[in-house]
Write a protein that binds this ligand. Structure first.
Ligand SMILES: NC(=O)c1ccc[n+]([C@@H]2O[C@H](COP(=O)([O-])OP(=O)(O)OC[C@H]3O[C@@H](n4cnc5c(N)ncnc54)[C@H](OP(=O)(O)O)[C@@H]3O)[C@@H](O)[C@H]2O)c1
Length: 296
């Protein structure tokens, strides 16, 4: 069901994510034109009221706002490059995932072609698209983003605009994914350790959850403020003391036959921070090593 006063939108790329995006625009009444390399992926959307473009050129011509969500930036640029000057004067919001460098190069490439370009990073799975709680980061010219912000609420509540730098959404994306993967991996390492003594994960879980809630999470804002201040005071639990405890973790991992690489990494970085004079600081001083890795 489309509504006359809703801005038309084109969605290019109808994989799992692109189909969810197009479905959300349609659900909010936007006249929605779709194109996909394999045309059959448009069938369900067409049944719900989307217009199938026969060519990419036709898809771009249909709407001022063109949302692209394909596998990677190479595919995205291949598609748009095939159009010559046709996208000039249109706005491309690229929700394809990639690196900050790819996003910045693509913004420069778009500027050369007279295309208004906003980069975005979707922090959600397809089933979450259209929910007001879904997070999408955007970066690019503010006036271009502002002109389309209301339309983009169809896919993710209020989008989060990070500024003119098209690379920032991808940077936030990889930073948050890194936080997720390393946190989960730390949990898995603890499960591997207790698992060597046949402790089921379910038995360990309540302690891990309490540890997350009362020890790990409350320290995060403190680390953030220390990071901004560039100083890491902690008289109660110094890095020098914790480095000895990390050594226990390394030794226990080896003795129990569990992969020691994760605690060995921690031990190495703690030693580097101590070498740089942070033995009397808190654990947050590790950030200095992560920010400026040793070159030797
Ligand atoms: N799915 C998720 O949970 C999720 C979450 C956040 C971000 N993302 C990002 O969203 C983007 C799309 O993901 P997805 O889950 O939709 O992937 P997908 O289901 O694998 O779909 C990939 C899409 O890219 C198209 N494509 C690939 N190579 C192409 C080429 N050379 N020329 C033209 N089209 C090409 C495919 O077309 P065909 O149908 O013709 O193959 C298809 O439309 C990715 O960058 C992904 O990282 C996905």
């Amino acid at each position: 069901m489309t509504s006359d006063n809703r801005a038309p939108v084109t969605v290019i790329g109808l994989g799992s994510m692109g189909s969810a995006l197009a479905g959300a625009f349609l659900a909010k009444g936007h006249p929605t034109t779709v194109w996909n390399r394999s045309p059959s992926k448009a069938d369900d959307l067409v049944a719900k009221g989307a217009v199938r473009a026969a060519t990419v050129a036709e898809a771009v011509a249909a709407s001022g706002l063109v949302v692209v969500c394909v596998l990677d930036y190479r595919a995205m640029r291949e598609i748009v490059n095939s159009l010559g000057d046709a996208p000039a004067g249109h706005v491309i919001v690229n929700l394809t995932s990639g690196t900050p460098q790819e996003a910045r190069e693509t913004a420069a490439w778009a500027a050369e072609r007279g295309v208004d370009y906003v980069d975005g990073a979707i922090m959600a799975i397809p089933a979450m698209i259209g929910s007001e709680h879904t997070l999408i980061f955007y970066g690019g010219p503010e006036d271009v983003y502002d002109a389309h912000a209301a339309t983009l609420t169809a896919i993710a509540g209020a989008g989060t605009y990070l500024g003119e730098d098209a690379g920032l959404p991808s940077l936030y994306d990889v930073a948050l994914l890194g936080l997720m993967w390393t946190t989960w991996t730390g949990f898995m390492h603890s499960l591997a350790l207790v698992g060597t003594e046949q402790v089921p994960a379910a038995a360990f879980l309540p302690y891990a959850q309490a540890w997350f809630e009362h020890v790990i999470a409350p320290e995060v804002p403190n680390i953030a403020s220390q990071a901004d201040a560039g100083s890491y005071p902690d008289n109660d639990s110094t890095l020098g003391m914790q480095a000895v405890a990390i050594e226990h973790l390394v030794e226990a991992s080896r003795a129990q036959g569990v992969d020691p690489a994760l605690p060995e990494f921690l031990k190495n970085r703690a030693e580097q921070a101590i070498k740089r004079g942070h033995a009397g600081d808190g654990f947050g001083a590790l950030l200095e090593v992560l920010r400026k890795p040793a070159t030797d």
